[in-house]
Design a protein around this ligand. Structure first.
Ligand SMILES: Nc1ncnc2c1ncn2[C@@H]1O[C@H](COP(=O)(O)OP(=O)(O)OP(=O)(O)O)[C@@H](O)[C@H]1O
Length: 224
């Protein structure tokens, strides 16, 4: 019997702007798993998500999908994930439906039903034909999150996805995450608020902060 594919990080050390952000960091995420990143401002939650998306490289350590290091084929890795960062990619002159259809098309999904499901999943169906320029901050965020549903991908990387969301929208996100995980999908998210992720794991970045005894002055940052 073969074991399920795991998403792992081992012995990770990361610099940004020449400064040590975290070190000795390990994680493991099995299919259906959720990892919540917590920690104070600047502790490296966004940085770790960017490492997991193969947008940055660690100075030391390895991140691997099913035993294969991301560095071997970062493009293949990016094709299996959705990364939702702080910026909402919303085109002012396109409607919500057009924006979602575009994103789905980029991922090879030409399925109106999938776009309809995504609109409904984040309660944007009532504003499906409203152009991006007229959306509120919370509506823009919901539209960005709806991409997750419009074009399936096994790994969701979500950087503070609840920013701008009202309580009802947070519940919609929790539901979408639960549905994704029930189908074997994986989620890593950073948050400063409580988000219901049943049976999920929590990784506190504060535990991997520089100890103050390192001399990092002579090591170069290894950015992608
Ligand atoms: N592009 C960059 N160049 C240089 N340093 C950076 C860059 N981006 C982030 N940093 C630094 O890396 C460290 C970690 O930042 P990061 O954004 O990962 O923290 P965070 O835990 O996500 O913070 P927050 O809770 O405020 O969002 C900080 O000290 C930050 O100043």
């Amino acid at each position: 019997m073969t074991s399920p594919p795991h998403f792992t990080g081992r012995d990770l050390l990361c610099l940004r702007g020449g400064r040590l952000v975290f070190q000795d960091l390990d994680f493991t995420l099995a299919p259906g798993g959720c990892l919540t990143l917590v920690g104070p401002n600047g502790s490296g939650k966004s940085t770790l998500l960017r490492l997991m998306a193969a947008l940055l490289k660690p100075l030391r350590g390895t991140i691997a999908w099913d035993g294969v290091a991301l560095a071997q084929d970062p493009e293949a890795h990016r094709a299996r994930l959705h990364y939702v960062g702080h910026l909402d990619a919303v085109k002012a002159s396109f409607t919500c439906r057009e924006i979602l259809s575009f994103w789905a098309g980029v991922r090879g999904v030409a399925d109106r039903a999938a776009v309809d499901r995504a609109l409904a999943a984040f309660a944007i169906d009532t504003i499906a034909d409203v152009p991006g320029r007229f959306l509120s901050a919370g509506q823009r965020r919901r539209l960005s999150l709806a991409r997750l549903v419009a074009a399936p991908a096994p790994l969701w990387l979500l950087d503070e996805p609840t920013v701008g969301l009202d309580r009802a929208s947070v519940a919609l996100l929790e539901g979408a995450i639960a549905h994704h995980r029930a189908g074997g999908g994986r989620v890593v998210l950073s948050t400063h608020i409580d988000l219901a992720t049943p049976d999920g794991a929590v990784l506190d970045l504060a535990a991997f902060a520089p100890r103050g005894d390192e001399d990092d002055g002579d090591v170069a940052e290894d950015a992608a």
